[in-house]
Design a protein around this ligand. Structure first.
Ligand code: 4NP
Length: 154
């Protein structure tokens, strides 16, 4: 299973999602891959936002090694599932889809933990108080991804 987490800047939400997923993959000894990227290019090459790093670190997850990159059309070939944080990311990624197979890989991350509601992971960039709630929302969804997949295997 190859999972791509996508947000706008790839410095707050999606690197947190990558770090949380990477931690769960290691803990569950799965041979999965996870990566993250942004639909925008403003922060390419940057480490995650300090507040995002501090938040994940407070839960024992180090994301300081991650560097921002922009979503590319080849990501449709490289990943099995593409999880986006909000509707704007969803539209931007779907706009680049070449066919139905590409489109079917894409879903809002929170549709995994809160099915059918199209809930968004709020952007904590402008509101620092959102970092912890965002971490917990992402963590719930990532736990659910593991549960669904590992359950299906057994
Ligand atoms: P992210 O947050 O999409 O969760 O990484 C943002 C980071 C930067 C900006 C917007 C959102 N920005 O406008 O630079």
């Amino acid at each position: 299973m190859k999972i791509l987490m996508v947000c706008l800047g790839n410095i707050c939400r999606s690197p947190m999602a990558e770090g949380i997923m990477r931690d769960l993959i290691e803990k569950n000894r799965l041979s999965w891959q996870v990566d993250s990227c942004g639909t925008g290019d403003w922060h390419v090459g940057e480490a995650p936002d300090r507040r995002a790093q501090r938040t994940t670190q407070s839960f024992g997850i180090d994301i300081s090694d991650l560097r921002a990159r922009q979503f590319s059309i080849t990501d449709f070939d490289l990943f099995d599932r593409i999880f986006v944080m909000d509707q704007s990311n969803y539209k931007n990624v779907l706009r680049m889809a070449r066919n139905n197979n590409d489109k079917e890989k894409v879903d809002l991350l929170l549709n995994i933990s809160i099915p059918g509601q199209n809930c968004e992971v709020a952007d904590p960039w402008y509101d620092e108080s959102l970092f912890i709630p965002v971490f917990k929302q992402i963590e719930d969804a990532c736990n659910e991804i593991i549960k669904i997949q590992v359950g299906a295997r057994n």
